[in-house]
Write a protein that binds this ligand. Structure first.
Ligand code: GDG
Length: 503
């Protein structure tokens, strides 16, 4: 792909979380991989020597140890924004995860509009902006990631109008009918409009934002861009993806193949998998209900399929998630109790994280992956399954509420709320003829191989350079997928293979 830039330029990547989490145990400080879609996606991109990453290190750090943490992170060009317990409670768990996350995923009744949360959001966004301003020059590319930092672009713009600022929104952006419930919508929209380029996962998100920017924010319509105080703002769709080669190579590695063989021996039925962070938007309850209906309606499948159900702990301190966990556990116990036999357990449930090669072995062995969020910005698990399915032996059952459904049109699409149709499609996916599975997988593999994470980053940065071309004559680092990833190699999983959900 041709880029409009060719020499070195520094990218300042900014996200709520750094790609590593600091662990303080018995006085020792260690690093653990962060996870979740944002860290997985961006980890592969930010490997250039000159890039830096600014974010929260994932834990409250004692005043006396902050310098030590800074020193630990510095060699890898990671710069921490320290947050107090109160800030974590009100900004992260409060405003980000109890106001924005549910509202933007259309779970409107879950949102808690607490003004204290908002105050903390403003203050912490300013803290991030201040840290960025310590590093940024007008030559840099500042790339702000996601909904925790929606005020940062405007804060930076006010501090220095010449800065080059991009923002990418990883989760859905809701329609005005939903957004209107938010007491601080105007500030949020104008916060985002501080950027030169605002990226979304789907065209739907783009059109929702454009409408809101014109109706609620201070933007007017230019030819193909919005205009804010005579400054062009490009709003476009950049569907995020994965490092395709990395997932394919991992599935092909001898270690993964060994684990996959062992798994197949241990589970001598067909295998259906699901992999999610614990979250109500991921459709965990509906999927279990559909699986139960499937077992009830298709007796011939009893004893012949095992559902490997992986859930990564996430946001357990936020209201709603505890109930979700209880309901999930209750359904699993019910289904296993009702249909299980001495030699067959319908659901093998794991509430923890697995190291990448275990995940890869599951992806490459599964006959059916059930990726059925109610609403999801993109969903990387669906793309990882496609890339890892090297034996072309699986089918993908994908929710039409995932951004990925726009691209992976050869999957079996389902509305996760339609439990009857969902159960039928599980049966269909498990019985699909090999040639059909192969044809669909090959087509989807080609798509993901081409539209990979590097193309995503290149497209975004290209656009940013084009929009800001008149400000300075700028050239950027081309993101080269053939270079080893510094972050990947530096932060290989700790020996216990543990990782944490990073969003
Ligand atoms: C947000 C948006 C958007 C899961 N379990 C394990 C593990 N994972 C990894 C997966 C995948 C990531 O976590 C989850 O990514 P998703 O995209 O599915 O979902 P979110 O975390 O909600 O991400 C989403 C994304 O941002 C990127 O823009 O697609 O819509 O909500 O990479 O592989 N990784 C390991 N062990 C596990 O047990 N190692």
């Amino acid at each position: 792909m041709k880029n409009t830039w060719d020499t070195e330029k520094r990218i300042i990547n900014v996200s709520n979380r750094l790609p590593v989490k600091i662990n303080v145990t018995e006085g020792n400080i260690s690093l653990q991989n962060s996870d979740g879609g944002l860290a997985t996606g961006l980890g592969s991109v930010f490997h250039k020597y000159k890039n830096i990453w600014i974010g929260w290190p994932g834990a409250e750090i004692d005043e006396l140890r902050k310098a030590e943490v800074e020193e630990l992170l510095k060699p890898d060009h990671l710069f921490p924004v320290f947050l107090s317990k109160k800030e974590i409670d009100n900004f992260y768990e409060g405003f980000s995860n109890e106001v924005i996350w549910p509202l933007f995923h259309y779970f409107t009744s879950y949102s808690v509009y607490d003004p204290e949360y908002w105050d903390a959001y403003v203050k912490v966004n300013q803290k991030f902006a201040d840290e960025i301003l310590l590093h940024a020059t007008e030559d840099d590319i500042i790339w702000v990631q996601d909904y925790q930092l929606m005020l940062v672009p405007q804060m930076l713009r006010q501090a220095n109008p010449k800065l080059r600022i991009g923002y990418f929104h990883h989760i859905p952006f809701p329609s005005s009918d939903v957004l209107k419930a938010l007491p601080w919508k105007e500030q949020i929209i104008n916060g985002l409009l501080g950027a030169d380029v605002i990226g979304f996962q789907t065209n739907n998100d783009v059109s929702h934002f454009r409408n809101a920017a014109i109706k609620i924010g201070g933007a007017s319509i230019g030819t193909d861009k919005l205009t804010v105080n005579d400054r062009p703002v490009q709003v476009s769709c950049f569907p995020i993806s994965i490092d395709y080669e990395k997932y394919k190579d991992l599935a092909n590695s001898p270690e993964t193949k060994r684990i996959a063989q062992k798994l197949q021996k241990q589970i001598d039925t067909k295998i259906m998998i699901s992999i999610d962070r614990l979250d109500y938007s991921k459709g965990i309850i509906q999927r279990l209900q559909a699986f139960e209906l499937f077992l009830k309606s298709y007796e011939e499948w009893r004893g012949k399929v095992t559902f490997i159900h992986l859930v990564v702990p996430s946001r357990e301190n936020v209201g709603g998630y505890k109930q979700l966990k209880q309901e999930m556990n209750r359904l699993i116990t019910d289904i296993n109790g009702k249909y299980g036999t001495f030699d067959w357990q319908p659901i093998r449930h794991f509430y923890r994280s697995f190291p990448p090669n275990m995940l890869s072995a599951m992806y490459s062995t599964a006959d059916l992956a059930v990726v059925t969020p109610i609403v999801d910005g993109m969903n990387l698990v669906s793309k990882e399954y496609i890339a890892s399915n090297i034996h072309l032996n699986g089918a993908l059952l994908l929710s039409d509420g995932a951004g990925a459904a726009n691209e992976l049109t050869e999957s079996i699409l389902v509305n996760p709320n339609d439990i009857t149709s969902f159960a039928e499609k599980i049966s269909y996916g498990l019985s699909m003829p090999t040639d059909q599975k192969q044809k669909a997988l090959r087509t989807m593999q080609k798509k993901v191989e081409r539209a990979n994470i590097f193309m995503w980053a290149n497209n975004f940065l290209d656009k940013l350079i084009n929009v800001t071309a008149k400000k300075t004559s700028t050239k950027l680092v081309k993101i080269d997928s053939t270079l080893p990833s510094r972050i990947d190699t530096q932060f290989t999983l700790p020996t216990n293979g543990a990782f944490v959900a990073g969003l």
